[in-house]
Design a protein around this ligand. Structure first.
Ligand SMILES: Nc1ncnc2c1ncn2[C@@H]1O[C@H](COP(=O)(O)OP(=O)(O)OP(=O)(O)O)[C@@H](O)[C@H]1O
Length: 248
């Protein structure tokens, strides 16, 4: 079966050096894939290459069998690849309503799908429908992430790229965020996320990819990782970064 998202031998970076080095990945619609790894290992760069924000120097990216390797970021969104960045993902000086209307107007280019789209996202994020008049900058961190998420969903993505959705959230808000990711996934959207919160992410993840130094150190299922205590300790254990640096 054709994977929803396929990356083959990706190389990318800034300036002369490569940060992402030969990364391949297959992600299906029914799976949540999490990219983990120590700070600076190239996780965000990898997700930006998939989103079209950092150019791919070598390799190819296919979405539902269609090559998108050199497609500009907005065209990838139109093709069904959504992206929620880690930072600057909402307009803080606009209200929730204005953020959603803006996303709807831009993503649908005048098509009248906006209202149905809004109803869908309010079902997923009821809290947003109660905060429509609030400035996005006045929302809690978790609510702001939900707004970013909701804005991306208005484009009706088939596959969603999330860069550290739990970053900066309290443990409770992070847990809620992971449940939200699982709910979005349950609507039939494939998900690939970068996460540092190993325990939280593993609770909803099917497949795990560990990046070290821009290359894939480990690709396995979350079940396998949880079952194999040694692997878990080695790659994601208590001294996560140090263990990853020392791993073979
Ligand atoms: N715009 C940029 N220009 C130049 N170098 C960059 C840029 N963005 C990231 N880098 C460098 O690329 C390397 C990988 O960064 P990246 O953010 O992809 O790693 P990461 O695994 O997501 O890290 P973290 O977990 O800390 O967010 C780092 O050395 C970083 O300094």
């Amino acid at each position: 079966m054709t994977p929803l998202l396929l990356a083959e031998g990706l190389f990318a970076g800034y300036g002369n050096g490569d940060i992402v080095r030969g990364v391949s990945l297959q992600a299906g619609a029914g799976r949540i894939t999490t990219v983990m790894g120590p700070n600076g290992s190239g996780k965000s760069t990898f997700i930006k290459v998939l989103a079209g924000l950092v150019p791919c120097r070598q390799g190819r990216i296919l979405l539902e069998g269609q090559e998108v390797t050199h497609l500009a970021a907005p065209l990838r969104v139109a093709a069904g690849l959504g992206y929620v960045p880690q930072e600057f993902n909402v307009f803080r000086n606009l209200t929730v309503r204005e953020n959603l209307d803006l996303a709807s107007a831009v993503l649908h280019r005048g098509r009248r799908d906006g209202k149905a789209g809004l109803e869908r996202v309010f079902e997923l994020f009821p809290v947003l429908s109660r905060r429509l008049k609030s400035l996005a900058g006045n929302l809690s961190g978790g609510e702001r992430q939900m707004l970013a998420f909701a804005s991306a969903l208005l484009a009706r993505p088939r596959f969603l790229l999330l860069d550290e959705p739990s970053a900066g959230l309290s443990p409770k808000a992070a847990e809620e965020m992971f449940q939200t990711v699982a709910r979005v996934h349950a609507t039939g959207v494939g998900v690939l996320m970068v996460e540092q919160n190993v325990a939280g992410a593993l609770a909803i993840t099917h497949d795990v990819m560990v990046l070290v130094g821009g290359a894939v150190r480990l690709a396995t299922t979350a079940e396998d990782l949880k079952r194999q205590h040694d692997l878990h300790q080695l790659y994601l254990g208590p001294t996560e970064g140090a263990a990853l640096e020392a791993a073979p």
